[in-house]
Design a protein around this ligand. Structure first.
Ligand SMILES: [Mn+2]
Length: 320
């Protein structure tokens, strides 16, 4: 799976790593985890993502952040750039142009509808997290896994599997977790950092969002909206909305959950399915991407227009 990539890596000393905009636990964990693996192999690593270079508070404990650089500060035409956890080149945001101009590009990801946009592509939809792929790549590189590397990869694994409870969780996820725990990872320590490190602003933003939730039992569609005004009123950030949607999906009778949020980069729409509807297909038709149960895309027009459109999609998916 990694033969070609390892050959490419051997020929490069300076490597840029990039992940998707608004990075989640798998994005950051895979980015820093692979960065540390390659740095230990003697490479010069710069790690980045498009947009504001600010590590969400719950991931601030992760090692390797000295490798991070703002997207504007990375080489315009990197010799080698590696995209992690990005289903499409567009997900790189402002780093997309650097990716396009790189001499060699590698795309490592687990999104099913990945557009194989790299010179080399390792896409494994069967893997629950990109971090699991990075672990495998580490094996192929004969890496000596430090606790710092292991904590990054465990973070990717625990967040993308929903703490080992989503349907993407299988024996290989637990085997990967067991291996990482063997390198010294303390699951309770990671849990405290990621899930018990919530800010007051985050709580208030969630309260506002939950209060505005609309549920149509007939179609099983539940949604809420978060406007610029909501962010301003609570002091919450886009990162603070990361797990909101899981609470919407948890309501009995829900088939599709959606959170529509006005971000600096425009309207972002997150989707979750409880199993029947394939939200990855819906997001794909809108120029976005994701999995059957979790996907997202950028809305065009107002929140109201996007909602009308989305309700139609959910209604017609019911008939499929
Ligand atoms: Mn992922």
């Amino acid at each position: 799976m990694f033969d070609e990539i390892i050959e490419v890596l051997q020929g490069q000393r300076d490597i840029v790593l990039a992940t998707h905009i608004l990075p989640d636990g798998d994005a950051i964990g895979s980015l820093l985890g692979l960065g540390l693996i390659l740095r230990n192999a003697g490479k010069n690593i710069i790690a980045t993502w498009g947009g504001r270079m600010e590590v969400p508070a719950q991931y601030a404990f992760l090692a390797g952040q000295e490798m991070l650089a703002a997207a504007g500060d990375i080489p315009r035409e990197p010799g080698l750039i590696i995209a992690l956890d990005c289903g499409s080149r567009e997900r790189l945001g402002s780093v997309e142009k650097n990716f396009k101009h790189a001499q060699i590009s590698i795309n490592i990801d687990h999104h099913r509808n990945n557009s194989t946009f790299g010179t080399f592509n390792v896409v494994q939809p069967a893997y629950a997290a990109t971090a699991q792929l990075v672990l495998e790549l580490g094996h192929a590189l004969n890496t000596e896994f430090s606790l710092d590397i292991a904590e990054n990869l465990y973070t990717g694994l625990v967040t993308d599997t929903g703490r080992f409870q989503y349907s993407n969780t299988d024996a290989s996820s637990f085997l990967a977790a067991a291996e990482l725990i063997g390198y010294g990872v303390d699951p309770a320590r990671i849990f405290r950092h990621i899930y018990e490190n919530s800010s007051y602003e985050r709580l208030r933003l969630a309260g506002l969002a939950f209060a505005k939730t609309v549920f149509d039992p007939a179609s099983g569609f539940i949604y809420t909206t978060i406007t610029k005004e909501d962010f301003a009123a609570t002091g919450g950030s886009v990162e603070d909305t990361e797990n909101l949607i899981d609470s919407l999906r948890a309501v009995a009778g829900v088939r599709v959950a959606a959170v529509l949020k006005e971000t600096e980069g425009g309207l972002r729409i997150s989707l979750r399915s409880t199993g029947v509807v394939d939200v990855g297909l819906i997001a794909g038709r809108k120029g976005g991407g994701g999995h059957k149960l979790a996907a997202g895309y950028n809305g065009r027009g107002s929140i109201e227009e996007s909602l009308i459109d989305l309700k139609d999609e959910v209604a017609s998916a019911d008939n499929a």
